[in-house]
Design a protein around this ligand. Structure first.
Ligand SMILES: NC(=O)c1ccc[n+]([C@@H]2O[C@H](COP(=O)([O-])OP(=O)(O)OC[C@H]3O[C@@H](n4cnc5c(N)ncnc54)[C@H](O)[C@@H]3O)[C@@H](O)[C@H]2O)c1
Length: 307
């Protein structure tokens, strides 16, 4: 795909990673970040990603930071919105975008959970609104869920998938904007069962993490659940499901009281020193390092395999 001019709205955690990966693909990026401190640290945060990959920092000249929306998106063919997760704010940003870009520019939201249909509901050109759900950190995790709203046109979906594929991502088409899209629904179905098992005293939280990492997780990066079912046979899958499903925690009710209690006790995880497990600054730092080291290694291997 030829070089495009692309806008990124919000230069926070997700926005700066999205800006980096698109700049690394050769596009010119304008970032609108209203908070002066975050605007000031943008070059440093982008340079840190270039260092991770060992990329030439000259590619950062493709990124400009702006304190206003209009100059950041002037002349763009795509805009990726990565502003805070509030529907009224996102609707306001999209209304401003509609008057700042041409009607054929594609407007994508990185919302984690808000349907793109709602974000674009009051726009004149709703066919150009699409969800693009990147995973954190967006420059390292390959998946982007491309979510079709009630109005997204086929051409907008095609062009969005193409742009992302060319930038080295793995875009997938989600045909309806159901809450949580696909990835978070799967992730939270697993978490729901994990929380219920710990709450029932079947095992402790550390054991859950070992079971997932050393068991199904050890193969999940190369074997998805549908192909795993086909691999072992749907007859066995059905036999297990017959025994298991009635006993799974699959109520349609609210989140487990065990989770709610942790939150109201201020046990929020690594940031407070305790969540499901207990953490010190060192043990939490080690988890972050292990994750980042693994993702960088995977991302570098993927880059090598396509060059
Ligand atoms: N953090 C994650 O793991 C993750 C993963 C996938 C998707 N998302 C989604 O991405 C979006 C951004 O999340 P984040 O984690 O990067 O948040 P963040 O708080 O790190 O970044 C949001 C940025 O938007 C800026 N901002 C505030 N008001 C704005 C406005 N009116 N216009 C433009 N920018 C504005 C903030 O200054 C901030 O820099 C959210 O919709 C979130 O749900 C987050």
């Amino acid at each position: 795909m030829s070089a495009q001019k692309i806008g990124v709205i919000g230069g926070g955690l997700m926005g700066h990673g999205i800006a980096y990966l698109l700049a690394a693909a050769g596009h010119a990026i304008g970032v609108f970040e209203p908070t002066p401190e975050l605007r000031a640290t943008l070059p440093k945060r982008l340079r840190a990603i270039a260092d991770l990959f060992g990329d030439n920092a000259a590619l950062l000249e493709n990124v400009s930071a702006h304190d206003q929306l209009a100059p950041a998106v002037a002349g763009t063919s795509f805009v990726f919105e990565a502003a805070p997760e509030k529907l009224p704010l996102k609707q306001k940003i999209f209304a401003e975008l509609e008057s700042a870009v041409t009607p054929d520019a594609i407007l994508a939201s990185n919302s984690s959970a808000i349907p793109p249909t709602e974000i674009g509901r009051h726009l004149k050109h709703r066919e150009r609104v699409v969800g693009t759900h990147f995973w954190n950190p967006p420059h390292l995790v390959p998946l982007v869920e491309v979510i079709e709203s009630e109005k997204t046109s086929g051409e907008v979906l095609r062009a969005t998938m193409e742009l992302l594929r060319d930038a080295g991502k793995t875009p997938v088409h989600v045909r309806r904007d159901v809450p949580g899209f696909v990835g978070n629904r799967l992730q939270h179905a697993l978490k729901r069962e994990a929380i219920a098992l710990v709450a029932a005293g079947v095992c402790d939280a550390e054991t859950i993490d070992i079971v997932v990492k050393e068991g199904p997780g050890a193969r999940m990066a190369v074997l998805g659940p549908m192909e795993q079912s086909d691999l072992v046979g749907l007859d066995l899958t059905l036999d297990i499901a017959d025994v298991l499903y009635a006993d799974l925690d699959c109520t349609a009710g609210p989140p487990h009281a065990f989770l709610r209690q942790k939150v109201s006790d201020g046990k929020l995880g690594m940031k407070t020193g305790e969540g499901f497990r207990r953490w010190t600054a060192e043990s939490a730092g080690a988890v972050r390092e292990r994750l980042s080291g693994f993702l960088v290694q995977q991302a570098k291997a993927r880059r090598k395999s396509v060059t």
